[in-house]
Design a protein around this ligand. Sequence first.
Ligand code: KMH
Ligand code: ZN
Length: 308
Amino acid sequence: MPAASPSPRFGGARCLWHDAGMTTPPIPAATRPHPSTLITVAPTGAETTKDAFPALPTTIEELVETAVRCEAAGAAMIHLHIRDADHKPTLELSRLTEAVEAMRENTTLVIQLSTGGSVHDPLDQRLAVLDALPDSCSLTVGTTNFGDDVFLNPWPFVCDLYELSQEREVVPEFELFDLGQVAALHRLLALFGLPFGGRVHCDFVLGVPGGMPGTADALVAGVQGLPAAVTSWSATGIGRTSLDVAFAALSKGGHLRVGMEDTLTFARGVAVSHNEELVARAAQLAELAQRPAMSTDGARELLQIKAH
Ligand code: KMH
Ligand code: ZN
């Protein structure tokens, strides 16, 4: 038998990885699939009204009931927008604090408060959200057209919010609505270093009219552009893009965000009646992908959440 010749796949040359003394190509942490799937539930948002959708959880009691059922169904983190007594979006500190405490008393979920609020919320109030001492906060890395409105995130605000999250030891989740924000995340990390805890977690929000479309192609472009420091990412697709984005995220090794903030339709012609339905379906998809739903302890470890 003649000696084996170099593989033609490498044009007769030796494999570069072997030349570098490596046996496998280096895969950035963010594209290495985690053995389990972090499921975040975003139960309410700031856009849908209670009148238009009575099943939307808007009171603290409804949020607790939702959180308990979603945790049992497989969620490990909750992304919270709070409403006032008239079911309108509010950033009032006492209400935020009450919600955080109620979540801590009744669940073990990682509690993420939205700093995006509604498109009408002033920037100073959005910064003050961190006074409620959540485990995590959303942090959108740039301004986005948001339907007919503008979701304002000027660069100095993004920097202030990031530095404040580091000071308060709150783990940010970088929300990415378009590719420009992926580029801005490189700049933010280069200027200010790593978040509290040292992990970098992002969430792609796809399908907002004004942002990246809710397609597998857009998600792949976003993932390919992520900074090497990113350690994990999730994705959510708005409206009818929800399932396409979930399948694409799982196949790219990402985590999932679902909930009535993003999707009010479970299937064609079928309204979501409870956030639990969306979480249970996400858990089923994760199970099928052989990356079952992550525990809340697993999520705390993944994101390096501070103990309270
Ligand atoms: N309600 C949107 C304008 C976030 O929570 O950080 C912004 C939003 C993002 O939902
Ligand atoms: Zn939100």
